[in-house]
Design a protein around this ligand. Structure first.
Ligand code: GAR
Length: 216
């Protein structure tokens, strides 16, 4: 819609930023309802920062090791996001636990992508966890962030079959392909007002192209 204000998104990363790149690529479409206006990393050396800068997106490094505690880092992060007039925060490989106060301040306005079918396999080494559990399906989840780690209302998931000869690396290689597809689709839904929080669940408008969100 001409003249409509797009949702202003900040992406938080800690590493290579391939999900970030997928979000940036999707947002190049003039019809996409969100614009990526800032990329922030807690690690100054994160490769994703250079990638974002090369694409012309403003970047900020806020080195968490420079702060005495989590609250100090989160306050700096919060101030940075507010200064940039951010509407929605996307965690994309952001490997830092956020304080309950920060999460409360961004409640309903912060998404995360996690490399498992939540609520299974929270935390790290999710592909190893999936293999150890012997599941036949694995995948990724985009959810709203709540204070509890890797919990919170699920917006969408993508699944892949687990093969007999899979190892953590081969699973990671196939799951990340789905992540890069799922996250841009979910951001479009949320920014476009077609996915909304209703209590602890997310309701997706009927018009949502759910065929694009669930895959095998
Ligand atoms: C992705 O697989 C993402 O799901 C995961 O880190 C990777 C980052 O890759 N995130 C978490 O494990 C968060 N708990 P990327 O930097 O290439 O997007």
């Amino acid at each position: 819609m001409a003249g409509a204000r797009k949702t202003r998104v900040a992406i938080l990363i800690s590493g290579r930023g391939s999900n970030m790149a997928a979000l940036m690529e999707a947002a190049r479409d003039p019809a996409y309802p969100a614009e990526i206006v800032l990329v922030v990393s807690n690690r100054p050396g994160a490769a994703g920062l250079e990638r974002a800068a090369a694409a012309g997106i403003p970047t900020r490094a806020i080195d968490h090791t420079a702060f005495a505690d989590r609250a100090g880092f989160d306050a700096a992060l919060d101030a940075t996001l507010r200064a940039a007039d951010i509407d929605l925060v996307c965690l994309a490989g952001f490997m830092r636990i956020l304080t309950p106060d920060f999460v409360a301040a961004w409640a309903g306005r912060m998404l995360n992508i996690h490399p498992s079918l939540l609520p299974l396999f929270k935390g790290t080494h999710t592909h190893r966890q999936a293999l150890d559990a012997g599941v036949r399906l694995h995948g990724c989840t985009v959810h709203f962030v709540v204070p509890e780690l890797d919990a919170g209302p699920i917006v969408a998931q993508a699944a892949i079959p687990v093969r007999q000869d899979d190892d953590p690396e081969s699973l990671a290689d196939r799951v990340i392909v789905q992540e890069r597809r799922l996250y841009p689709a979910v951001l479009a839904l949320v920014a476009g007002g077609r996915a909304r929080l209703e209590g602890t669940r997310v309701v997706i408008a009927e018009a949502a192209p759910d065929g694009a969100l669930f895959s095998l």
